[in-house]
Design a protein around this ligand. Structure first.
Ligand code: NAD
Length: 405
């Protein structure tokens, strides 16, 4: 339907312009031969222990109100506490199979990137609206290019002030969780060195080092300070360091992120949290294996940035089923979909921010929506067989061809 010139000519932004939904003529036919403007498909997530879902009840209502049709794979919402009946009451249709959802939908709304078993279900011109994290993923990128999918990645939708509004809520969850998870792996019975982060009167507190003081790093620090740990945050952005120094009022040590400061701090750390991001790019390896080897045995690493390749050399992606491994006697926790297990909090937090852009894509189509909204334009990662996001193209050594708007 996206190729239908009639559809494009009649594109609109009711929710943003205030145009009344009742004034909209449903004039395009869709995959079902019906009258909805676009068919939105929500498959059940299949990544290990991924319990989030791409749309909640209010999201279904919003798409339906705008004249779209919403298809939800059976039980897609169960992990987030949303039943099939609840979705149906909001106007969605429940389909038994994932393939049916992919076959019929003009736009797929998901949480995590498609997995290999889903690649063949994607088709040319279908809009894929989800987290993609393509820079460290050549195989996934090739699959999306081969199938000429229009891939809009949540994590690169970027406002003019540089902020990433669709990454923020999940970074808040992952940041808070990183301290919680790391603290538990420091327990002796979980393989850790037996340090309680807050210590007790008369005994030293645990030391937490956070690389990257952005959204996830700041949230990790909030939890660590709350537990009474001794916290150090390293960042390369002096303005951010100034801000952190102000908001924590002397309760954290801020340090400029350079090799000397990292080399000195890492060996003295009980819990090391990786939280750096260069938007769209593969994460830089700031901590080497050599530095990890100087940490005490039973120390813990949580690399939140593992979804962008990780900022700690010894990290590799794990899953919620087997979240940790050991290198040089140091426990590594590197789960790329951390919020997936706090699904009821995370699904609602995520869909609060994705719906606005999802509606724009459905109402206008990718091309017009990207032409109208600069933030959304930055979300476009693959289009018509080419990488449309410069940093991803550079990291993967692929040609960069931005969408002309
Ligand atoms: N594992 C998960 O489940 C999960 C969940 C949410 C987010 N993430 C990931 O966490 C990472 C961080 O996300 P965020 O939202 O906090 O990003 P952010 O942009 O808010 O913060 C990143 C910070 O890293 C800093 N930085 C960049 N280069 C640095 C360097 N060399 N040394 C120190 N600091 C440096 C930046 O200045 C910035 O303050 C991203 O890769 C994101 O995708 C992972």
């Amino acid at each position: 339907m996206q190729n239908n010139p009639e559809f494009l000519n009649k594109s609109r932004v009711p929710s943003l312009t205030g145009e009344s939904p009742s004034s909209i003529k449903h004039d395009s036919r869709n995959q079902l031969g019906g009258e909805s403007l676009m068919i939105i498909g929500v498959p059940k997530e299949i990544k290990t222990s991924e319990n989030r879902v791409g749309l909640v009840e209010s999201g279904v209502k919003a798409f339906v109100r705008e004249g779209h049709k919403v298809l939800i794979e059976k039980d897609a919402g169960v992990g987030s506490g949303i039943t099939n009946t609840q979705y149906e009451k909001c106007g969605a249709t429940i389909l038994d199979s994932k393939k049916e959802v992919y076959d019929k939908a003009d736009m797929i709304v998901k949480v995590k990137e498609p997995l290999p078993e889903e690649y063949s279900m994607l088709r040319e011109n279908q809009i894929l609206y989800t987290y993609l994290h393509l820079a460290p993923e050549p195989v996934l990128t090739k699959a999306l290019l081969d199938r000429k999918v229009k891939g809009v990645a949540y994590e690169t939708i970027q406002l003019e002030d540089g902020s990433l509004p669709l990454l923020v809520p999940m970074s808040e969850v992952a940041g808070r969780m990183s301290t919680q998870v790391g603290a538990s792996y420091l327990q002796r019975d979980r393989g850790g060195k037996g340090i309680l982060l807050g210590g007790v009167p008369g005994v030293k507190r645990g030391r937490v080092t956070i690389l990257g003081g952005g959204i996830s790093g700041t949230n990790a620090a909030k939890m660590a300070v709350g537990l009474g740990a001794q916290v150090t945050i390293l960042d390369i952005n002096p303005k951010r360091l100034e801000y952190l120094d102000d908001i924590f009022g002397g309760k954290v040590q801020t340090l400029f992120s350079n090799i000397t400061n990292i080399e000195q701090t890492v060996p003295e750390t009980d819990l090391l949290i990786g939280a750096v991001l260069v938007p769209g790019a593969k994460a830089p390896h700031l901590v080497t294996r050599e530095m990890i080897s100087h940490m005490e045995k039973g120390s813990v690493v949580v690399d939140i940035a593992v979804d962008q390749g990780g900022c700690i050399e010894t990290c590799r992606p794990t899953s919620h089923k087997e979240p940790t491994f050991e290198v040089e006697g140091v426990i590594h926790y590197c789960v790329p979909n951390m919020p997936g297990v706090f699904s009821r909090t995370s699904t609602y937090a995520l869909t609060n921010v994705t719906l606005k852009y999802g509606l724009m894509l459905a109402n206008m189509g990718v091309e017009d929506a990207c032409a109208k909204d600069k933030a959304l334009y930055k979300g476009l990662n693959v289009y018509n067989g080419f990488v449309a996001y410069e940093q991803v193209a550079r990291d993967l050594g692929l040609p960069y061809k931005p969408l002309k708007v």
